[in-house]
Design a protein around this ligand. Structure first.
Ligand code: ZN
Ligand code: ZN
Length: 408
């Protein structure tokens, strides 16, 4: 298939299976400037599916970088609260949300870490009203990616730009199943397989997961009344959508006070323009009490000190080592892809949908069950072909869940 046909299939898949846009619904898109050809196709498919109004907000790496190079030092506590409040208002009014990732994973790596910390904190605070509606699954939303020259260069540094870009696009089309004859049907089947996995885990009612592997010896308690989710889910506006394309994970809510032991990362993490690698942390009663990173240590330290909840876990996800994304052998330096190639954990905010009846509980009730609260939610990868995971029941007995990275 030609690139144009694949791009169109990907756009259609995003609108149909990713967002499942409803007739009359507005759509808010954020995208890198390099994603214009994809955004145009998505917009067309959205209108053909009945969208009432599609609005795109573009970002540009060069202008993002210009701020860190030239803006006055006393401006880094500023964020566009007006924009995020407007986004929250759009979601409250029923708009669907599409985020297109594709920024340079290491754009801000050379910049002053104190400026980054301040800017990220200001942004997280300002973004809160919109993020709450996303983590609370108030509306149908979806995250996808577009290959961009800078991202492609970081994934395939040895290739010329055009070739790297083409390779990354092909990898995206293949990992998202957009290159199959009927991608929408393929996603229905994939989602059904993930639903069988979550049904099994929900029936087992594990109290904890126990991880062992190189550099990892971790007991991770699960929240009381936790619910495993994976694949398509029903937002509170009644629309069934796939929040991530691709997705290979089944995930639930850890108990914020019941994580103990050590764990190390197995893939690099790109967080707000900084590449972080070789993370090692030790948890005590749910909180990270020691941490080092081979690369980007300052960025990771700043992330986990955003607030009290940023040093605790809000998500635990299981992904077999043989997932198609992992099988591609590519390290994407992009969380949407790398988190779906490996089991992972996330520091920060937990998802309402991962607690039974979460949408109807108060914040205090959620906290009592073990759900975490934070301005951030950042996934990082701990899975590999050498990781064993046991499910531990409330009575202390355990059974093998994953062996050498695969379902047992
Ligand atoms: Zn995840
Ligand atoms: Zn996550």
């Amino acid at each position: 298939m030609t690139h144009d046909l694949l791009l169109d299939a990907y756009a259609r898949l995003t609108v149909r299976s990713g967002l499942n846009i409803s007739p009359g619904q507005q759509l808010l898109i954020t995208a890198p400037l390099d994603a214009v050809p994809l955004v145009r196709r998505i917009t067309e498919h959205a209108y053909r599916a009945g969208a009432s109004l599609v609005t795109t907000i573009y970002s540009d790496d060069v202008t993002t970088l210009a701020r860190y190079q030239h803006a006055a030092d006393d401006t880094f506590d500023t964020a566009q609260a007006w924009l995020f409040n407007g986004m929250a208002e759009a979601f409250k009014g029923g708009a669907a949300r599409l985020a297109i990732a594709g920024e340079d994973p290491a754009l801000l790596s050379g910049q002053d870490p104190r400026k980054l910390t301040r800017a990220n904190k200001a942004r997280s605070l300002a973004y809160r009203p919109a993020l709450e509606l996303i983590t609370g699954f108030a509306i149908n939303w979806c995250v996808i990616a577009a290959a961009t020259p800078a991202w492609a260069k970081s994934v395939f540094p040895e290739l010329p730009e055009a070739e790297a870009l083409e390779r990354l696009w092909r990898a995206i089309f293949s990992c998202t199943r957009a290159d199959l004859p009927d991608p929408v049907k393929a996603w229905e089947e994939h989602s059904a397989a993930l639903a069988r996995r979550t049904a099994f885990l929900n029936e087992r009612r594990y109290a904890a997961l126990k991880y062992s592997g190189p550099g990892t010896d971790l007991t991770l308690g699960l929240a009381d009344d936790h619910v495993w989710k994976g694949g398509a889910g029903k937002a509170r506006n009644g629309v069934i959508c796939n929040a991530n394309i691709p997705t290979e994970e089944v995930f639930t809510c850890p108990h914020k006070d019941r994580v103990d032991g050590t764990v190390c990362s197995t893939k690099p993490l790109s967080y707000q323009g900084s590449l972080i690698d070789g993370i090692k942390v030790r948890f005590e009663k749910g909180r990270i009490v020691e941490m080092t990173a081979a690369k980007g240590e300052e960025a990771f330290r700043s992330l986990i000190s955003t607030d009290e909840g940023a040093a605790r876990l809000g998500e635990v996800a299981l992904v077999p080592h043989s997932s198609p994304i992992s099988a591609s052998g590519i390290i994407f330096n992009n969380t949407l892809f790398d988190e779906n190639a490996a089991s992972h954990i996330a520091v920060g905010q937990s998802y309402t949908e991962n607690i039974r009846d979460g949408g109807n509980r108060t914040q205090d009730e959620m906290a009592a069950l073990g759900a975490n609260t934070s301005l951030v939610h950042v996934d990082w990868m701990i899975g590999s072909g050498a990781l064993d995971i046991d499910g531990v029941k409330a009575d202390g007995t355990s059974e093998p869940l994953m062996r050498k990275g695969e379902w047992a």
